[in-house]
Design a protein around this ligand. Structure first.
Ligand SMILES: Cc1cc2nc3c(=O)[nH]c(=O)nc-3n(C[C@H](O)[C@H](O)[C@H](O)COP(=O)(O)OP(=O)(O)OC[C@H]3O[C@@H](n4cnc5c(N)ncnc54)[C@H](O)[C@@H]3O)c2cc1C
Length: 248
């Protein structure tokens, strides 16, 4: 606890404290019918890219592919997202090796002083055993003190970064004093198969075949990606749900 009466360091007004994590679909080529066409090459051969099928046929085919884990037809599409999130969340994203990423550089541009501060709804306490953790609200005062400490430490880190830059130290080395709560932005491109794998790990659904327990901030990214993908490929999404959210 901070001793009563101790002063809180003044915060640089240039610094932005942010709780929002954003995901924007910036480009895509993705449809349920595209999956069906890719699968039908197997039995039809040269297939017209204008070929259409009824929704019932598409649903039946996609359910069959999902159930039998015939995954490659789900790869002939792409979705590109622009994600703006703290570095610790970007790090979670980059564990997914079947995606393509391009992230803003802290060597070629100065780091923007934007830092993550969890909002008041963020569950703050962890109870239970490893692998079976549950997250519950913080005790009275936890959130206020967290925000206070975060702001003080981000302020000190950014002051140090600025001092090093002003001394002429290269950006690539000055950045080492900044926290993983610093915001970054990146382009992230995947296909529907790799997206389903990502969603199976980075969202929590108690009724999934393999329930996962991702950290809240990466789950925010995943939930928003799922919402946008579902609009493009609703029948694939429904089949993913039907078969326990296991990527084919
Ligand atoms: C709740 C949670 C907690 C986690 N905790 C930790 C942690 O404490 N420490 C830690 O280091 N990581 C942790 N991770 C990350 C985790 O170990 C994986 O790196 C991450 O989830 C990506 O999964 P993946 O390798 O299946 O996916 P991707 O990298 O997207 O790969 C997709 C699939 O491709 C195949 N594949 C890809 N590369 C290879 C390869 N080299 N060899 C063989 N097959 C391959 C696999 O079938 C894989 O499932 C955690 C993840 C989650 C969801």
């Amino acid at each position: 606890m901070r001793p009563e009466g101790a002063a809180v360091a003044a915060v640089d007004p240039e610094i932005e404290f942010r709780s929002e994590i954003t995901v924007q679909l910036v480009d895509h080529q993705a449809s349920d019918l595209g999956v069906v066409r890719a699968a039908r090459v197997s039995t039809v051969g040269e297939i017209a890219q204008t070929e259409t099928r009824s929704d019932g046929y598409v649903e039946g085919m996609l359910k069959y592919l999902m159930k039998s884990r015939h995954g490659s037809p789900f790869e002939h599409n792409y979705l590109t997202f622009l994600v703006t999130a703290p570095i610790f969340t970007v790090r979670h994203m980059m564990r997914h090796r079947t995606w393509s990423f391009n992230e803003e550089s802290a060597r070629y541009r100065e780091v923007r002083p934007v830092f993550y501060v969890p909002d008041a709804d963020r569950l703050l306490r962890q109870v239970g055993k490893p692998g079976h953790y549950q997250y519950v609200p913080g005790a009275e005062g936890d959130h206020d003190r967290l925000v206070e400490i975060a702001k003080e430490s981000y302020g000190a880190a950014y002051a140090g970064y600025n001092e090093l830059i002003e001394r002429g130290v290269a950006r690539e080395i000055a950045r080492i004093v900044l926290p993983t709560a610093t915001y970054s932005s990146l382009y992230a491109t995947c296909n529907a198969r790799s997206l389903m794998h990502f969603l199976s790990l980075r969202t929590h659904r108690q009724d999934a075949t393999y329930p996962s327990h991702p950290q809240h901030e990466i789950a925010v990214v995943a939930e928003e990606m799922e919402r946008q993908w579902r609009e493009l490929m609703p029948i694939t999404h429904a089949a993913f749900e039907t078969f326990g959210r296991v990527a084919p």
